[in-house]
Every structure is written in C-alpha cells, then in structure tokens.
Design a protein around this ligand. Structure first.
Ligand SMILES: Cc1cc2nc3c(=O)[nH]c(=O)nc-3n(C[C@H](O)[C@H](O)[C@H](O)COP(=O)(O)OP(=O)(O)OC[C@H]3O[C@@H](n4cnc5c(N)ncnc54)[C@H](O)[C@@H]3O)c2cc1C
Length: 462
C-alpha cells in the first residue's frame, strides 16, 4: 500500500483531518486539485464562529457548539486571530409572524446554550445610526470572528511538518475498491491506500461509478468589504422578508464585512441599497471590494456507512463549516484510529513556526527583527504594511505559497485600499525570484491564470 490514509480535498476540513491524523504513526497523504489549500474559505479572511443558536438541526448544532467551545484553545495554540464579539440577531417587523426569534430562543434554552438574551423594542444601540425596524432580537455573547485562511494554513503547516504528504495540483478522477483497500486515480498518479476520507463536496464519482453532482440548498450572497471609514464593532444578523439575511461584522484589519443574502439573484446596486437602507452611514465610496457568493445551508453529514470497507465521506456545504471543522476532524480521527491500529507519535510537534506580522508589532520589536533580517524593514504593501520579509517567509514556510493568491492569503498583501495596484508587480517579482521562475510563469491561483501574459519588449541581451 502507498498510504494508510488518503484524504481527498485540501479545504479546511481536509487539512484539519490531516492535522489530527498527523499525531499518529500513520502514512497519510492529502490530494488537492488546486495549487494551494483552504480554497473555499471566505476571501475576506473573516468568518463567524457560531454557537449553535441559529441552526435548526440538532446534529449540526452540536458540531457548531463543540467547535465554538474549543476555538479559543485551538487558535491560541496555532497563533491564529480569533476574537469574541457581542452578536445580535434581529427579526424585522415585516416578518414578525414567522416567530424566528421565539423559536431560536426556545431551541437555545432546550439545548442549554448559555450567554444568550432575548430583547424587544427598538432600543438596541450600536454606537452608529442604524435603521433596523425590529420588535424582537436575540443577543449572544458566544459568537466570534476568526481568520479562516490562517486556520486552514495552520492545520496544513503542522500536518506537513509532522509528515503528511501534500499532493497539490492533482485532481482525483476515480476511486476504486480493491481487495485490501482502495485505488485512487488522479490526473497525475495512481495510489493505493487502506482508508479513504473524501471531503470533496462536489465529487462526481462514488467508488468507481459516476453519480450526478450533489445538489445543495443555497441562496445568493453579495459580499461587501467596507473600508475603515465605516466602523462597526459588533456582529449583527438581520432576518428580513423572503429569506433575506444581512450579516455584518468587523474583520481583523479594521474593515467591515457585510453579506446580503437573497433567495433570488440580485444586482450589486440592489444589494447595496438593501445594506444602506439598514446602515445609512455606508457610502458607495467605502466599498473596497465585492464578491458574488453562494450561501449554502445543507446538513453536514459524516457519512460512515462504508466504514467497514475503509471509506468515509463528508457530505454537504454549510455556511458554518469553519465552526464545525474541529468536531469533524476529531470524529474522523477516532474512527480511523479504531480501524487502523496506530500509536501516538512521540515526536509530534503541535506548534506552528513563528510568523512575524510587521503591522501588529511594536517599534522595539520591529527594530530587533530588522536587525536580524533587513528585509523586514522594506514595506511592499503600503496599505496593509506588509514587508518583503513576510512575503519571502510565506513562500519559504512549510507548504509555502506558490501562487499570488497564496501570498495574499498568508500575508494580507494586495488586500488594502489600493487592491494591489501599488504592490502587485513587486509581489510577482519576489515570487518569481524565490521560485526561480520567469515572471510570465507566475500564476494567480489555478493553472492558466498567469498574471502576466508576455513582456511588451523582450531582449535576449541589453
Ligand atoms: C463566502 C463564504 C463565507 C463563509 N462564512 C463562514 C462563516 O462565517 N463561518 C463559518 O463557520 N463558515 C463559513 N463559510 C463556510 C466555510 O468557509 C466553507 O464551507 C468551508 O471552507 C468548506 O470547507 P471544506 O473543506 O468542506 O470544502 P472545500 O474548501 O470546498 O474543500 C474541498 C477541496 O476539494 C478540492 N477538490 C474538489 N474536487 C477535487 C478533485 N476532484 N480532486 C482533488 N481535489 C478536489 C477543492 O479544490 C477544495 O479545495 C463560508 C464560506 C464562504 C464561501
């Protein structure tokens, strides 16, 4: 057998499972079709950590509750930004008859969720002018905001440092049951393994036979990244008419993230108007970036009906998967260990290699760092104060970035007010230099996404 366990898909779920299994004497590999891990987490690098209050099905409630309870320890251990905020869910007057707040409150009490409070009347203040017409709301002290890229990458880096083999840029095309395990075929290789953990939400194969793509329960989401001129210090969720939802919360960069979720596709202008109707202080000029997204609301299932054969599938796409990740990873670890005898590694190292973030350091710390490595004294991204030293480190780290998107995720470069117009060419040159490539070979994300198509003038000699 090539491997004991093959994990298919290098999203946050696949990486967290790799991290848990890397604690054991197992030969594990993860196969990801893209050139980097953690692809589906939000571009804004700010995800909500829920507490199970808002979700109706009891299994996924527990996954969220467990993830929330353990998030402080995990993020502290990995040095990943995480902060708790007061969160308020408003039920607008227009949908009063749906009784969402009453049902949510009753469910939370039944589930024993502490730290929540039901309020009525239009007397909740956010320290800014809001126009939310509501009669009932529910407040929780348990929600938080996390950097999901940092968490995915932390899981991946530690798994990599502890011996998990990452096969990036390989697409799984077939999984076949063989006498003592599985044969997994990718676009580049064929592997055999004892156990398969399939985290790919949209696979179009099932143990050899083609099946039709999963259909997901989803609504449309327009995401706005609002610059620092608008200050929002809490998390708010607005439940409106016709399944309309607005999520708004701060990220770790001093910006605000807002999602406008609707049943049917709407234009940028319509979504912006819905947001501005509730938060009149948000101005068109404050929007740094916007994304079209899907808001998935499937039930997340750990499908273990084929576990005796050595196959587990994580099914479904959900808006709260980041919160549920640690529960899923722990559950899968227990299942695998019960089925493949293995021992805890004595030399497992569960910490991430140090990361220096210039923008978060004191002047004294900066001075010391620059003395050791002068590249930390050269700012490449003026908006987010990212230095050349940080960019080089993001490439040289375990499982380092090989694309511009990978550098952007790891360092925050090109994510400021200028969206990269000042620093992009410098970042391309650094990546080309570090990886010994020509700048025309540098990719944004996937194969074929070259940042520079060709040089305007090319000379062999000057
Ligand atoms: C805009 C947005 C906002 C979100 N906000 C929140 C939030 O606030 N709180 C929260 O808890 N969650 C949130 N989520 C949910 C969460 O980020 C995602 O559900 C989660 O990242 C999904 O992780 P995954 O590992 O299950 O799936 P994926 O990240 O989709 O991982 C599957 C991987 O499999 C790879 N793959 C696919 N096909 C193949 C193949 N044939 N061979 C090899 N590899 C393959 C894909 O490239 C992908 O990397 C949000 C998601 C989005 C998109």
């Amino acid at each position: 057998m090539d491997y004991d366990v093959l994990i298919l898909g290098g999203g946050i779920v696949g990486c967290s499972i790799a991290y848990e299994l890397s604690k054991y004497s197992l030969n594990v590999s993860i196969i990801e079709k893209e050139l980097d891990i953690g692809n589906d987490v939000s571009e804004t690098n700010a995800s909500l950590i829920f507490d199970g209050m808002e979700i109706d099905n009891d299994l996924n409630y527990y996954m969220e509750y467990y993830g929330n309870r353990n998030m402080r320890d995990i993020t502290r251990n990995f040095n990943v930004p995480f902060k708790r905020f007061k969160s308020v869910i408003f039920e607008e007057n227009s949908i009063e008859n749906k009784n969402f707040i009453e049902k949510m409150y009753a469910r939370s009490i039944r589930r024993g969720i502490k730290g929540i409070q039901k309020v009525s009347g239009n007397n909740l203040k956010f320290g800014l002018d809001t126009k939310i017409n509501f009669n009932k709301a529910i407040i929780s002290k348990n929600w938080g905001v996390i950097c999901p890229y940092d968490l995915s990458i932390a899981y991946g880096e530690i798994a990599f440092d502890n011996g998990v083999n990452f096969r990036l840029g390989e697409k799984v095309v077939e999984i076949k049951k063989i006498s003592k395990g599985f044969k997994v075929t990718t676009t580049k290789n064929k592997f055999t393994c004892k156990f398969v953990i399939n985290t790919i939400p949209d696979d179009d194969y099932k143990l050899g036979s083609k099946i039709k793509k999963n259909s997901h329960k989803n609504n449309n989401a327009k995401c706005f990244l609002i610059n620092k001129k608008f200050k929002f210090k809490d998390i708010a969720v607005i439940l409106g008419e016709d399944e309309e939802r607005i999520f708004i919360y701060p990220n770790f960069n001093g910006e605000t993230v807002a999602y406008v979720i609707t049943k049917n596709e709407i234009s940028y202008e319509e979504a912006f108007e819905k947001l501005q109707n509730r938060f009149p202080a948000i101005n068109h000029n404050y929007i740094n970036n916007s994304y079209n997204k899907q808001f998935f609301n499937d039930r997340i299932i750990i499908d273990d009906k084929l576990i005796s054969k050595g196959y587990i599938k994580i099914d479904g796409k959900n808006y709260g998967t980041v919160t549920m990740t640690q529960f899923i990873a722990n559950t899968i670890r227990k299942m695998v260990i019960e089925n493949i005898p293995s021992k805890l590694k004595k030399d497992f190292y569960g910490k991430r290699r140090e990361i220096y973030r210039f923008r978060d350091m004191t002047n004294e710390e900066r001075k010391n760092l620059i003395n050791i490595n002068p590249k930390y004294g050269k700012i490449i991204c003026l908006c987010n104060q990212v230095t050349e030293g940080e960019i080089i480190d993001s490439i040289r780290r375990p499982l380092g970035a090989r694309t511009i998107d990978g550098i952007r995720k790891r360092t925050g470069v090109m994510k400021g007010d200028c969206c990269g117009s000042y620093c992009m060419s410098k970042v391309i040159s650094i990546l080309a230099n570090e990886t010994n490539k020509d700048i025309t070979e540098i990719l944004e994300k996937s194969d074929g996404s070259n940042m520079i198509m060709s040089r305007i003038k090319q000379f062999n000699e000057i």
